[in-house]
Design a protein around this ligand. Sequence first.
Ligand SMILES: Nc1nc2c(c(=O)[nH]1)N[C@H]1C(S)=C(S)[C@@H](COP(=O)(O)O)O[C@H]1N2
Ligand SMILES: [Mo]
Length: 207
Amino acid sequence: MSFFDRNRKALSQRGIDPKRLPPGQYFTDRFPVLHVGDVPKYDDLAEWDISVAGLVERPLRLSWEQLLARPSVEITTDIHCVTKWSKFDTLWKGYSLIELLNEAGIRSDATHVMFHCEFGYTANLPLADIMEPNVALLAYEFNGEPLEGQHGFPLRALVPHLYLWKSAKWIRSIELMAGDKPGFWERNGYHMYGDPFLEQRFWGDGS
Ligand SMILES: Nc1nc2c(c(=O)[nH]1)N[C@H]1C(S)=C(S)[C@@H](COP(=O)(O)O)O[C@H]1N2
Ligand SMILES: [Mo]
């Protein structure tokens, strides 16, 4: 039996439905760290802000304090990385992404969003994917603790139904766009959408 088969079997023994593990994935209790480039350092979050730009009625900029003052939501969810690890029942706290976009007023011609992060990392996804409340967060806590620097402190996107490269760490701006555009990994061989259950890892993988 292969590593992947043994791993999937171990899931049932833990009482977790193996259907929750997408094809080609293994589960882990660790929380691997993956990114390109450096981890940004913030001496003073008074300098930090998050903005909403592009096809919105009222471009918007919030300070760290303003973001924290808004009602938070918590979600427990499974996460799936294209490098084949998945993690079950992770707990995140943050601000509902769609609430922030609605506050800015989504224009009717907007169809996609682009996340913009420190050092130029970007990730794209359809707006339709995040219209429901609490499917995507701007997360600042993981398992009850502030995000660690390497996992995105102070703020990361969390879009758990897509491969984790879409969950952009160190996010600073969200751009509303008419039509889709590739982000960092999407320009470098990864799938434009990235559904883990359809194994949309790379360009040309099934839709
Ligand atoms: N800003 C930024 N966000 C990023 C990345 C990155 O390189 N830069 N890598 C992505 C990828 S490929 C993955 S798998 C996840 C990993 O998140 P983790 O390090 O918290 O496990 O972050 C995503 N978010
Ligand atoms: Mo990744």
